[in-house]
Design a protein around this ligand. Structure first.
Ligand SMILES: [Zn+2]
Length: 273
């Protein structure tokens, strides 16, 4: 057993990461995907899971099957949203789920977070540098999946998701477990002073995750979200972070920044069994 807070798993060549903190929750499936184990080529090599970035459609479809099979879930269970860097939280209740399962939901709903207490639906986000965050309420058997880039972080998407979880299912953040996936690290995430100024105006703790190195600002995306989680009452020992920079590890992760946008997307997933 390694000292790392996460596990590295390989199943039929599909590589994914999981938080040990969440591995112990028996009613849960979760994964932070990598780019390894698929059939796509070139920029999308190999496990690109987005059909909206110019990759061959048949390859994306096959990648979805390979990824799902590795996790022991059905592709029909994969639920995604149209990610727009906002703070809208979609509640997936029985009604919405039934509508989706019967093919009556004609297009993806725009949102950057999802919450549910319904088993059998895998909440997913697609990323290449942005931060995927899983929230688990073990008492009330509810989960959330969040997509956070700097814009969503600034708009408080994580806080909105915590609020929505509490409203919908009861419970409070001091009992919740958090898994934070791979994203661009402050080693590689240079931002303009206009980004720093936006945080400075709204967040008194901005200096914890915005730092001036050399003559440039860098942004700690994971740190900014941890700061909001702690402020909301999440306990530090209940947060598991991968701490792997997507731009520093091109063999494992797609990175939008590193490639000027010519790249695929990884999938992160959480599901109540
Ligand atoms: Zn880096």
């Amino acid at each position: 057993m390694s000292d790392l807070p996460y596990s590295i798993n390989t199943e039929n060549g599909v590589r994914y990461f999981s938080c040990k903190l969440l591995d112990g929750v028996d009613f849960l499936s979760h994964a932070f995907g990598s780019r390894q184990g698929g059939v796509s080529e070139g920029h999308f090599s190999t496990l690109n899971l987005s059909a909206a970035v110019g990759d061959d459609e048949a390859n994306v479809l096959q990648n979805r099957q390979l990824f799902c099979r590795a996790l022991g879930i059905n592709t029909q269970q994969v639920f995604g949203v149209n990610q727009v860097h906002g703070n809208n939280v979609l509640v997936i209740d029985k009604q919405l789920l039934a509508k989706w399962q019967t093919g009556k939901l004609k297009q993806a709903i725009s949102a950057d977070a999802m919450v549910t207490d319904q088993p059998g639906v895998a909440l997913t986000v697609l990323t290449a540098d942005c931060l995927p965050i899983i929230i688990v309420d073990p008492q009330n058997r509810a989960v959330a999946m969040v997509h956070a880039g700097w814009r969503g972080t600034c708009r408080g998407v994580i806080q909105q998701t915590l609020n929505r979880l509490a409203e919908c299912y009861g419970g409070s953040p001091d009992n919740w477990l958090i898994g934070m996936g791979p994203c661009i690290g402050d080693c590689c995430y240079e931002v303009g002073s206009e980004v720093v100024n936006i945080f400075r105006e709204s967040y008194p703790d901005w200096h914890i995750y915005c730092s001036y190195k050399g003559d440039k600002w860098s942004f700690d995306l994971t740190g900014a979200n941890i700061s909001q989680l702690l402020k909301a009452g999440v306990r530090p020992e209940n947060i598991c972070k991968l701490n792997m920079c997507s731009a520093c590890h091109p063999e494992d992760f797609f990175s939008y920044r590193k490639t000027n946008g010519a790249t695929g997307r990884m999938m992160s997933l959480v599901m109540l069994k």
